[in-house]
Design a protein around this ligand. Structure first.
Ligand SMILES: [Cu+2]
Length: 188
């Protein structure tokens, strides 16, 4: 935000400075520099949107609502399709490239399988790992999140998920065992 205000200040100062004169190429260049700074801010990685979609998906699965789960997953696919790589640092880009294909594939399968909640939950195991990896690189979008684990999910092999509430609402077992599992980590 500071950057944005600064670049606007530069443009305003430039405009005042050349008030009454024709714009020189030098001034035009400065204005373009301002535009680039604004674009960089807009192109910030959409971790907040991805997490919003993820939490909607998780809550739908916890309520055994396969259709809403598909809707949330499709919304995530749409956000992932709009990620701007040029706004990322090298390290962020590398990390995202490692996760992106898998994340997108899992979200697509959940989106395409409304009515088949068991299949959606299989993909949700992997998608939750992907989202956990994303958080490591891009942060938790300014909200407190909890990493939960249920030992009974995934055919007794156990599985994790990310939640915005301290209370356990199990997305793998749904209404059958809503409070199975525990908080393993709090992410501030
Ligand atoms: Cu599938």
């Amino acid at each position: 935000m500071k950057k944005l205000i600064l670049s606007i200040a530069v443009i305003i100062t430039t405009l005042i400075a050349c008030n009454g004169n024709n714009k020189t190429p030098d001034v035009a260049k400065k204005e373009m520099g301002g535009d680039t700074a604004v674009q960089t801010i807009i192109a910030t990685f959409p971790i907040k949107e991805i997490l919003t979609n993820y939490l909607q998906l998780k809550n739908a699965l916890a309520k055994d609502n396969s259709k809403d789960a598909a809707t949330a997953a499709n919304a995530m696919v749409a956000v992932l399709g709009k990620v701007e790589m040029k706004g990322l640092s090298k390290a962020e880009m590398k990390s995202y490239m490692d996760i992106a294909d898998d994340l997108k594939e899992n979200a697509e399968h959940i989106g395409a399988n409304a009515g088949k909640i068991d299949h959606q939950r299989e993909h949700f195991i992997m998608l939750s790992k992907d989202v956990t990896d994303l958080i490591k690189t891009f942060g938790n979008g300014g909200q407190t999140l909890y990493k939960d684990f249920c030992p009974m999910a995934n055919e007794g092999k156990g599985a994790l998920w990310i939640s915005e509430t301290k209370d356990i609402k199990n997305p793998y077992l749904g209404k059958a065992m809503p409070t199975c599992g525990s908080v393993k980590q709090t992410m501030q």
